[in-house]
Design a protein around this ligand. Structure first.
Ligand code: HBI
Ligand code: FE
Length: 287
């Protein structure tokens, strides 16, 4: 996605970070976190990979209220050497990549308003912290995120951010994993969403297709609704292996000459776990 020009907000450091200022959250804001947390915590066990639930535990995220990033960072640092830093909102791609490459996860400090409980455009602290941070306690996933940041810095120089961003989208944000015949969630965009936590796993509408790096980088995505296709990895170790020992340069070059695939496409060479009916997407289009 071509990113609109963002300007450094007043009060932000040169790397776009701001103080979280945890003490200034209101009771209402903490209550909003608790409401979202309880809803997801009741639904996710069994649906999400166990590594996610273990991450919540390691980081003591089960205690009430919006987490204090300093405390999260201390525990995360001990587990995998990652930190959580606050940013005002979306940051430029190269800033985002540089933080990841240095094992810093950038998180919004604001929380959604009650009327935005099920949908908001910009990532808030619930999406960023509840969705993304627990898996950063897992060594292979933690390394994958750093490698993604490093890959982003290289892609920036090659003009290939759009293709690389699809990898982030279909793994970190909307990934599924299948182990021992069991499909589970791990993408942050899914696990932080009440509706999509069910849709991604159980609905007949979306495709569920085996992970293939090049295929996935050709696939367009939707930012305004549930995904029409989800991609399935075997394990975090497998994801790391299939992306970190790969020279993306020749892939980007090849992709320049190939056409994109629509979000709902099924290709002949796909390993299809479920061919979606696309009934949900079609019903949406009709209204
Ligand atoms: N900024 N705060 C924030 N959070 C993101 O997830 C984010 C961002 N800037 C750029 C970005 N993501 C993506 O465009 C990259 O994955 C390419
Ligand atoms: Fe996200």
């Amino acid at each position: 996605m071509a990113q609109a020009e963002l300007t450094l907000p007043e009060g932000a450091a040169a790397d776009w970070t701001v103080p979280q200022d945890w003490a200034s959250y209101t009771t209402g804001e903490h209550a909003m976190w608790d409401r979202l947390f309880e809803r997801q915590a009741a639904m996710l066990p069994g649906r999400v990979v166990p590594e996610f639930m273990e991450g919540l535990d390691i980081l003591r995220m089960t205690k009430p209220g919006i987490p204090d990033f300093a405390e999260l960072s201390e525990r995360l640092m001990r587990a995998t050497g990652w930190q959580v830093v606050a940013v005002p909102g979306l940051v430029p791609d190269r800033v985002f990549f540089e933080h990841l490459a240095n094992r810093r996860f950038v998180a919004g400090r604001f929380i959604r308003k009650p009327e935005q409980i099920d949908y908001l455009q910009e990532p808030d602290v619930f999406h960023d912290v509840f969705g993304h941070v627990p898996l950063l306690t897992h060594p292979a996933f933690a390394d994958y995120m750093q490698a993604y940041g490093e890959g982003g810095m290289r892609a920036d120089h090659m003009g290939a951010i759009d293709h690389l961003a699809r990898l982030y989208w279909y793994t970190v944000e909307f990934g599924l994993m299948r182990r021992e015949g069991r499909m589970q969630l791990y993408g942050a965009g899914i696990v932080s969403s009440y509706g999509e936590s069910v849709f991604a796993l159980d609905d007949a509408s979306p495709n569920r297709i085996g992970f293939d790096l090049k295929r996935l980088m050709r696939t367009q995505y939707r930012i305004d609704d549930y995904q029409q296709s989800y991609f399935v990895i075997d394990s975090f170790e497998d994801l790391l292996r299939k992306t970190s020992d790969v020279d993306f340069g020749p892939i980007y070059h090849e992709l320049e000459g190939s056409t994109d695939l629509a979000p709902d496409a099924v290709a002949p060479e796909d390993r299809v776990y479920h061919r979606g009916t696309q009934a949900y997407a079609r019903a949406k289009m009709a209204c």
